[in-house]
Design a protein around this ligand. Structure first.
Ligand SMILES: [Zn+2]
Ligand SMILES: [Zn+2]
Length: 315
């Protein structure tokens, strides 16, 4: 499958801006975003080898992974980026906080880069297309690395707010954005406190909770979310003939809580549910539907079975 790019050199030029064009604040944040969880994951592994891995560690890792993965996919992605359903202020805040706790950047940054991705998917201007950067195998590896994580370090300086005018006008969302570091800190301290409480006051369990429920959990979800950006535009099937290279990558479906049905998503980005086939599991879509049933969200857009059968959706 070929991508729609016009040449590797142009792709390289688009993906690797001049140093003067790089947003230095975003770059600094990238060192924290990528560096700390990586060190934390390594520390968690060393800690587990030394002191073991308890049921409390497993529970905290799973619980905070589920909360933050839904926060990213249901909140940052389907709600804030695509407005695929509506919610009141309390539920909006919970989506925003849960997504922020994933430590993938503040909501405005996340949504702005994601909307940029949809506007220029796999073309010049896409912030994280994994198109080859150069020729041969090396070019492919460079392109993959850029699409996966490298792009965070070369985000171009631009007026992000023009991509998120709706969010900038929303005082609640601005507040959620402003307190980003507080939510991230909460996502690190809460598992530590829960570790302490569940173990009956063992400081080792608090450290372990901080490492597994906090930093290692951030690291694991980071690579799953970024994997949808990179692998999700390289490997997998394309039931919809979208004008990009998006793919449905089934092995990541559970871990990405439904985000890796990425070709489905690019074909119908405004839907609250990514499941376009009986066997395609989409925990985020199921969760949104459950919230819809009890009246906590409304106006959710679900796949229309007849249109999906046509399999001809184009963006
Ligand atoms: Zn995509
Ligand atoms: Zn999207």
């Amino acid at each position: 499958m070929t991508t729609a790019h016009t040449g590797a050199d142009e792709a390289a030029a688009a993906a690797a801006p001049e140093p003067a064009d790089i947003d230095t604040a975003a770059r600094r944040l990238a060192y924290l975003t990528v560096g700390l969880p990586t060190l934390g994951f390594a520390a968690a592994v060393v800690w587990a080898v030394t002191y073991g891995f308890s049921w409390i560690d497993a529970t905290l890792l799973l619980f905070f992974y589920v909360v933050t993965s839904l926060g990213v996919e249901g909140g940052f992605h389907r709600f804030f980026s695509h407005k695929s359903f509506s919610a009141g202020p309390v539920v909006t805040s919970l989506w925003g906080i849960a997504g922020s706790m994933a430590a993938q950047g503040p909501v405005l940054f996340w949504v702005a880069t994601h909307r940029q991705h949809h506007a220029f998917t796999d073309k010049d201007g896409d912030p994280h297309s994994p198109r080859p950067l150069g020729t041969g195998f090396k070019g492919k590896v460079r392109g993959f690395w850029h699409g996966h994580v490298g792009w965070l370090f070369v985000v171009q300086r631009q007026n992000w707010s023009k991509r998120v005018p709706d969010l900038v006008r929303d005082r609640l969302v601005m507040r959620l954005n402003q307190y980003y570091f507080l939510w991230v800190l909460g996502g690190l301290l809460l598992p530590a406190l829960l570790g302490l409480a569940l173990s009956g006051g063992d400081p080792k369990a608090a450290t372990s909770g901080f490492l597994w429920g906090g930093l290692a959990r951030i690291f694991l979800l980071d690579h799953v979310t970024w994997g949808v950006n990179s692998v999700g535009h390289l490997i997998g099937n394309r039931p919809y003939r979208t004008r990009d290279n998006s793919r449905n990558f089934a092995p990541l479906a559970a871990f990405s809580v439904g985000g890796s049905w990425h070709n489905n998503h690019h074909a119908r980005p405004a839907l609250a549910h990514n499941r376009h086939g009986l066997w395609q599991i989409d925990p985020t879509g199921a969760f949104i539907r459950a919230l819809d049933r009890v009246g906590l969200v409304s106006d959710a857009r679900y796949p229309d079975r007849e249109r999906i059968k046509e399999k001809g959706a184009r963006r």
